[in-house]
Design a protein around this ligand. Sequence first.
Ligand code: ARG
Ligand code: ZN
Length: 507
Amino acid sequence: MRTVKMRMAGGLAVAVVVMAGFGATGAVAAPPGTAGPRYTAGSDGAGDPYFPYSGNGGYDVQHYDLALTYTPPAMAPAPLQGSLTGVATIDLVATQDLDRFNLDLRGMDVTRVTVGGKPAAEVEAPAPGDEVDGAAYWQVQDDAARRWELTVQPRPKVKSGKSVRVVVEYRGTTVRPLDVEGALYGWVTTRDGAIVVSEPEGSMTWYPVSDHPTDKATYRFAITVPAGKVAVANGLPHKPAETSDGWTTWFWDAPDQQASYLTTASVGDFELRPTYTSTSGIPIVDAVDANLTANQLNTTNASLALQPAMIDFFESRFGPYPFNSYGAIVDDDSVGYALETQTRPVYSGSAGQGTVAHELAHQWFGNAVSPLRWQDIWLNEGWATYAAWLWTDDRGGTTAQQAYNSWYAPARTAAYWSFQIGDPGDLGLFATQVYNRGAATLHALRVEVGDEAFFEGARLWVERFNDGAATSADFQSVYEEVSGEDLDAFFQIWLWDQVKPPATWTL
Ligand code: ARG
Ligand code: ZN
């Protein structure tokens, strides 16, 4: 779904359909009432300058149905490689008259494509501008350019506004993929399964996808693994697992709008624990690796037991929990970080209390409302960090003011202060400043506008852009609306000025 809620004059929230993300790069269909359809290729990116080939133009995905079969590596030998076969059934709506369109897919071999039930022939990638006869598909795998594309040429061509079902069959050897800064991400093969954590554009390592947060969709999963292994995805099981001939299929359904980077289908020796609920009735399903050390298990159990209280607390501050379910996936293997995968964050090694609060807060900030461009990442990480400060404060620990003071007080390098969290760069998405200056920005905003407007703004932000994506400018507008203040100077200082913010907001 590519519906982004936008505020129109008069403060009315309306849903508009964004044709090709932002900065529409694809050719535009003829306006209605003029000559017939003009079929062109959908763009090979959503228009995000940080990741130019992530996402695609010309259509809007409604739903992904992913049937995966995965064999984890044998326990002993390196290298860690598994084998994955998939059938992705993708329902999309054309947003231009489509001659061709792309999906993102990295390191997997496509074996069959149908569009509207009609098979396409596999062909060599044509030279730019060259015609291809008939229904066809081809792949480009350019590691140097980080350009990994599956192009589909449907026949008949697809008129703007038409729904079409695309089925992609694929297979490949799973590895341990790296993101632009060299961190593990995507379908990370582990000794006993896979940790699947795909921020920012690693979903393309395990399914064909329009891999950008501006194209949210619903998901359904059937994940078949060797009997004894447990596969855990987003949402809730829609039927009990089925075992036959030594294989078990796990079924998960995620009915809420979801950004691609928040999709998971992690596999391991998990204990799937009995469901419990928050006060508000959200079912919580945890999957905890049976091989954690006693220490890891103690830490993890203590933190997970606090999830219902954390949901209660964040609901009281940010509004209703935005999805149908919650819970954790805790793996004994590690990627070195946790990820807020929608409804079911993934933790590496163990789940500490602060991290659990952080990943839960992301469900409102990052997941319900996602960054429209990766440039806007501070709205994810600043909020999640600040929400964890609020949780600690509410539990009688360090207050948010004390946390702010201990961030503000120490002398730091010029390089630290010159980092612009408003535009951190692709290599700066997860820089410490995005988290800590981001959280401090929110605390300063709270001091600036007062508690009442601050929390009203948080709720309005989530309500207005829920199921969509938004920018720092949208965020500023919300806070100008709730406070009645002009916040240009405030956000200039906190997001852009390359120096330490003045002590104005230090209480
Ligand atoms: N969003 C995650 C968190 O702060 C961090 C993801 C880090 N990802 C990475 N590729 N380094 O909870
Ligand atoms: Zn985070």
